[in-house]
Write a protein that binds this ligand. Structure first.
Ligand code: PHE
Length: 339
């Protein structure tokens, strides 16, 4: 009989409990009414009287031991919270959660940057909160220019010397101040203008501006680079046209249109029935700007351009209201998941 007690003790010690299933097996095997151990309890009364006390003690000790071990296993299994299972296959692919996707503005911004990176432009970034020098003065804006007005630009209340950049040309200034030519950079970023929010304009939008400074840079070179860009972006047949324009920091200046992608040039409400849509401003960097940034205008020349990403994405994805970009409506955003 004592041998039986020893045997059960050994079984108890060897029993591995790692999850709730084994915990239940343990209970059935060693603690339930039908367990061998319980049978031994029933045997006590049949043992010869002189041995009964000792045997009874052993069986009861073992019962107590099994119960303590069970309690310990139980709290361990519950604490771990993990239901280990021998059938667990850790190599099985997990449930696929639908991940978020890129915002249409990011998609187009990345695409624009990649096109220019392919032809040797490097990407630079810098602060959204700027000073007057980098946004206006260095770029040849006259003191009375309307962009310097509170109506057009957000100034920082606590320090009126600071403002939210109205274009990323501020990064062109920072680059010219810190690097020597040849300079070939693009400056993507968010810009801010104090405008009424409508379907066509917003007080926040994104730009990619570009700058190339070297010796003997020509307008023709700029035109060819911009044509390359338009065709990479909108397809190999894309036509462009340059119209004379004015910016304080470029001379001569131009605006570039592409043939309307919505109507194919026939005329529609997006191109206001002209067949053309404006996509960017550009021009040869004004010598005053080079000088303001410590670059000798006798020796170097260059071109700059700047384009609005929201406008470009509107054309590409046929989006008709700029406010959609900032509303974060998943029904809108989900449409770009597979672009
Ligand atoms: N900075 C101009 C704007 O924000 C765009 C531009 C950049 C025009 C470079 C010409 C040259 O509208």
């Amino acid at each position: 009989m004592s041998v039986k007690v020893e045997e059960i003790k050994r079984q108890i010690d060897q029993f591995r409990v790692e999850a709730s299933e084994q915990l239940e097996e343990f209970r059935l095997k060693f603690l339930s009414k039908k367990s061998e151990l319980q049978e031994l309890v029933g045997e006590i009364k049949n043992v010869a009287p002189e041995l009964r006390k000792e045997f009874g003690q052993k069986v009861n000790d073992l019962k107590q031991y099994a119960q303590q071990l069970f309690d310990a296993h139980k709290s361990r299994v519950e604490d771990s919270g993990t239901q280990y299972n021998n059938d667990l296959d850790v190599t099985r692919p997990s449930t696929l959660y639908s991940a978020g996707s890129l915002h249409p503005v990011s998609i187009v911004m990345n695409e624009v940057c990649e096109i220019f990176e392919k032809i040797g432009f490097s990407t630079v970034s810098g602060p959204d909160i700027e000073d007057d020098w980098h946004v206006f003065s260095a770029l040849n804006f006259p003191q009375e220019h309307p962009a310097r007005d509170m109506q057009d630009t957000f100034f920082v209340n606590l320090n009126p010397e600071l403002l939210l950049r109205t274009h990323t040309s501020s990064l062109q200034v920072r680059t010219m101040e810190s690097c020597r030519p040849p300079i070939r950079v693009i400056c993507p970023g968010r810009v801010y203008r104090n405008e009424t929010i409508t379907a066509r304009s917003h007080c926040i939008f994104h730009q990619v501006e570009g700058l190339y400074i070297a010796q003997d840079v020509s307008f023709a070179e700029m035109k060819q680079v911009l044509l390359f860009f338009a065709r990479e972006m909108f397809g190999p047949e894309t036509k462009i046209r340059l119209r004379p324009s004015y910016f304080p920091f470029t001379e001569p200046s131009a605006e570039m249109d592409i043939e309307c992608k919505i109507c194919g040039g026939k005329g529609c409400n997006v191109c206001k029935y002209s067949g053309w849509v404006e996509i960017l401003g550009c021009g040869m960097v004004d010598p005053n700007v080079l000088e303001n940034c410590g670059i000798n205008p006798e020796k170097y020349s260059g071109y700059a351009f700047g384009l609005g990403i929201e406008r470009m994405a509107m054309l590409k994805f046929k989006i008709n209201d700029i406010r959609l970009y900032f509303e974060n409506d998943v029904r809108f955003l989900q449409q770009f998941a597979n672009v």
